[in-house]
Ligand binder design. Structure first.
Ligand code: F6P
Length: 320
């Protein structure tokens, strides 16, 4: 193996640049050449490759987004498109690829491995929804951004004795909502994976107001329903002043946290070492802070399990 490629795919996440940097620096350390593949799998098929030097990535560890750009490219599910991608890599002398992205990216990494280009997947998504890993690159930064935003929302909520329903990202996964909900002192956390009772939530908020609390806060995962729909549901059981707020894509931006920088660096470094050992078709993850690998194939049948104990802890933060 002389030359490796790296690409980012799907929704961007803070820490992707730190992972690209780690891959580039580790590869160069071991005498390999590195090519950045721009615009994810779309750029792979188009042959949009740029050589990367250690200096190119010197300032990237603190930058949000992905400087290789990203794209969603469902066409890569087709075999003939995958073959085109593999051909491009061979033409450029690239023997192996590291893919940073969410669920969809793993299908691409496995397809390339089956076509003879060893590929390793790194979990890069704010959603934290990937099986066999309790951490994804960008998750911590997104939680931090959402928490900071909610701290500001709480100021205005308190000034007006209002209830805010804050919708956070995560697709069908409630991990961002749970962590941010606990960190923000939410009256209720509502996620797709667990049942909830709107009337009970309204009663909790009413009780809290009666006890002297000056605001209400519901952290709602986007996979449940819109913040506005939840607001309407809630108002069926209480006559408080309520506002809906959607944090949206701001959660994907900004400088990565320490945790995201360090984990992205560890994962990028590990991925190159796996390739050097001749491995491919693997997904890198973390379990309790320790790096792990699983066959990408296993991920397709696997399910991510969030830390649902956070819901129980949060419930006991209220009197009733
Ligand atoms: O997967 C990351 C994510 O930000 C999800 O949380 C969200 O549902 C989705 O991507 C938004 O996608 P898009 O950027 O295509 O609007």
């Amino acid at each position: 193996m002389k030359r490796i490629g790296i690409l980012t795919s799907g929704g961007d996440a803070p820490g992707m640049n730190a992972a690209i940097r780690a891959v580039t620096k580790t590869a160069i350390h071991h005498g390999l050449e590195v090519f950045g593949i721009r615009y994810g799998f779309a750029g792979l098929v188009a042959g949009d490759f740029v050589p990367l030097t250690a200096e190119d990535v010197d300032h990237k560890i603190s930058q949000g987004g992905t400087f290789l750009y990203s794209a969603r490219f469902p066409e890569f599910a087709q075999e003939e498109v995958q073959k085109k991608g593999a051909e491009q890599l061979r033409e450029h002398g690239i023997d192996a690829v590291i893919v940073i992205g969410g669920d969809g990216s793993y299908h691409g990494a496995l397809a390339l491995t089956r076509l003879g280009i060893n590929s390793i997947g790194l979990p890069g998504t704010i959603d934290n929804d990937i099986p066999y890993t309790d951490y994804t690159i960008g998750y911590d930064s997104a939680c931090r951004t959402a928490m900071d935003a909610i701290d500001k929302i709480r100021d205005t909520a308190s000034s007006h004795h209002r209830v805010f329903i804050v919708n956070v990202m995560g697709r069908e996964c409630g991990d961002i909502a749970m962590r941010v909900g606990v960190a923000s002192g939410a009256d209720a956390i509502v996620i797709p994976e667990r049942p909830y009772d709107v009337q009970e939530i309204a009663e909790t908020i009413k009780q809290n107001f009666a006890d002297g609390k000056d605001h209400g806060l519901v952290v709602l995962a986007e996979g449940v329903m819109s913040a506005e729909d939840f607001r309407k549901e809630l108002l069926k059981y209480g006559d408080f002043d309520a506002r809906a707020n959607v944090l949206g894509h701001m959660q994907r931006g900004g400088s990565p946290t320490v945790e995201d920088r360090v984990n992205a660096t560890k994962m990028g470094n590990y991925a190159v070492n796996l390739l050097l050992d001749g491995k491919g078709g693997l997904a890198v993850g973390m379990d309790g802070g320790k790096l792990n690998t699983h066959d990408i194939l296993d991920l397709f049948d696997g399910k991510h399990h969030g830390d649902f104990t956070l819901l129980d802890v949060n419930k006991e933060m209220t009197k009733n």
